[in-house]
Design a protein around this ligand. Structure first.
Ligand code: LMG
Ligand code: NDP
Ligand code: PMR
Length: 398
């Protein structure tokens, strides 16, 4: 039986370099100019109160995990004000970007990572082979293609008694070769159902937990992509993302009495994925408009670069998987390694200079972050509102 470990590590807020965001993009979705770097002078962050777990009544985290009482510690270096270990949930942390960012955050010693994964053993193996120290992570079961599983995860997380300081909605499925739609447990087309609706419910439920956190910078991060943005070359590779008037979405994406596609059109797996990324980016902005001012939570999205080697392309044809990495490396130059992408996402979670809310982050060729511009559709305020309201109905929140 697999066991998860809970603990925390000492954490002293250290000085570090960070990037100053620039508003400058080109058609390729990257900055045109070299990026300025500035020295970051940290604000000293203090927490006077000791953390008290809400409830630690059971050791059951999921059918496959066991939890022990977490010890939330603070560094006690004389003369230095300290920050407790942050607690971050990352969905889909069993591979690719999610795993790399879990590793990057865990290695700072400032974060305990809750790896929210559908395959416990895969996640355990992945964490081990990535060399993440066992006291720095906890694996919890989450299947985003089931709303019940999302609710169960939230309950289990609350039982852990850990605070929630950051949530990263990272998991995704991509079905580029599917000719017929498949569906989630609740009957939604799989890509939008998993990538968007599962995360929508998760983040709506966990918003309360984020609000309760006493961490100085609380963040909700949703991974977006260049391919959902039609203001870039990559976003113009067919099939292009488009939500249309959301008629399929309001019909429930069930492929029975409504289309399985958001815009009501014929099923296309690659388009469904890109549409789901548009929903992710719209969701982040709608969260920002509705909740940033009152809660102080930072809501952000990002395009981490083209991580052409991840499991995301597992269902693509073998020739594509063979040619895609060199194509991105040598032709588009948009390629980024899993390790580098993990550092980028970790930056968005914890860099003290990236606290601005409502931002879609990207990186230029020197790996410096900048505020990128979303396509017209991905920044359409009215569409975001409508998409939010339909999502609430579909996941049972309205
Ligand atoms: C489609 O497949 C599906 O059909 C569709 O249903 C949907 O799922 C969609 O968006 C998802 O995918 C698309 C894919 C399938 O075809 C492409 O669009 C091409 C993919 C791009 C990646 C491969 C490009 C190959 C370039 C070779 C680069 C090698 C790099 C070495 C560089 C060294 C230089 C110093 O099809 C395939 O995956 C098969 C691709 C077969 C490509 C055959 C080779 C074509 C050669 C022409 C390449 C031109 C590239 C640009 C050249 C620039 C020159 C500088
Ligand atoms: P991977 O396939 O490596 O990672 C996706 C993760 O999502 C896996 O851990 C997978 O679990 C998990 N997952 C899939 N379905 C579910 C589910 N139903 N419940 C819980 N977890 C699930 O791909 P990437 O690392 O590339 O993708 C991560 C994010 O990055 C995605 O949001 C993607 O859209 C985004 N992105 C990726 C880019 C790229 O070039 N790769 C570019 C831009 C954005 P399992 O391991 O069990 O399969
Ligand atoms: Mg794309 C110009 C740069 C560029 C970038 C940064 C990407 C990123 N792509 C670019 C260009 C092109 N791509 C061009 C010119 C082509 C035609 C040859 C092309 C093709 C292509 C395909 C078939 N690209 C793809 C696919 C996929 O199946 C991937 C996809 O759409 O997944 C949804 C993909 C991607 N290209 C990217 C990125 C980041 C992806 C995948 C991941 C994602 O958006 O999540």
């Amino acid at each position: 039986m697999a066991t998860s470990f809970l603990s925390s590590s000492l954490c002293i807020h250290k000085e570090g370099k960070s990037n100053v965001p620039l508003k400058e993009t080109n058609f390729f979705g990257t900055s045109l100019s070299n990026h300025l770097k500035s020295e970051f002078t940290p604000t000293i962050l203090t927490n006077k109160t000791q953390f008290h777990p809400r409830k630690i009544s059971t050791s059951i985290v999921s059918t496959q995990t066991m939890a022990t009482t977490p010890t939330i510690t603070r560094a006690t270096t004389p003369g230095k004000k300290t920050l407790r270990t942050g607690s971050v949930i990352i969905t889909g942390a069993s591979s690719g970007l999610g795993l790399a960012s879990a590793k990057a955050l865990a290695e700072t010693g400032k974060w305990h990572v809750i790896m929210a994964c559908r395959d416990f053993l895969k996640a355990e193996r992945a964490a081990k082979s990535a060399g993440i120290a066992k006291e720095n992570y906890t694996i919890m079961h989450l299947d985003l293609s089931s709303l019940d599983s999302v609710k169960q995860f939230v309950d289990n997380f609350r039982r852990l008694g850990r605070p929630l300081d950051a949530l990263v909605c990272n998991a995704a499925v991509y079905q580029p070769t599917a000719t017929e739609p498949t569906f989630t447990a609740d009957g939604f087309e799989l890509s939008v159902g998993t990538n968007h609706l599962g995360h929508f419910l998760l983040s709506r439920l966990l918003l309360d937990d984020l609000k309760q956190s006493d961490y100085p910078s609380k963040r909700l991060i949703i991974v977006g992509s260049i391919t959902g943005n039609t203001n870039t070359l990559a976003g113009n590779v067919p099939p292009k993302a488009s939500l249309g008037d959301l008629r399929g979405f309001s019909g429930g994406l069930n492929g029975l009495n409504s289309s399985a596609m958001i815009d009501g059109g014929k099923f296309d797996g690659a388009k469904a994925y890109k549409d789901s990324k548009v929903c992710n980016m719209l969701t982040m902005q709608e969260f920002h408009r509705r909740f940033h001012e009152d809660t102080g939570i930072t809501f952000a999205s990002l395009y981490p670069g083209c991580i052409a080697t991840t499991g995301l392309f597992r269902e693509h044809i073998p020739l594509f998987r063979l040619l895609f990495p060199p194509f991105q490396k040598y032709v588009t130059k948009g390629f980024v390694s899993e390790e580098e992408s993990g550092k980028r996402l970790a930056q968005v979670v914890s860099d003290p200079s990236l606290t601005k809310s409502g931002v879609y982050w990207s990186w230029n060729k020197d790996s410096a972050s900048f505020e990128n511009q979303l396509s017209q559709e991905a920044s359409d305020v009215e569409k975001a509102r409508k998409m939010w309201e339909i999502s609430e109905k579909l996941v049972g929140l309205a």
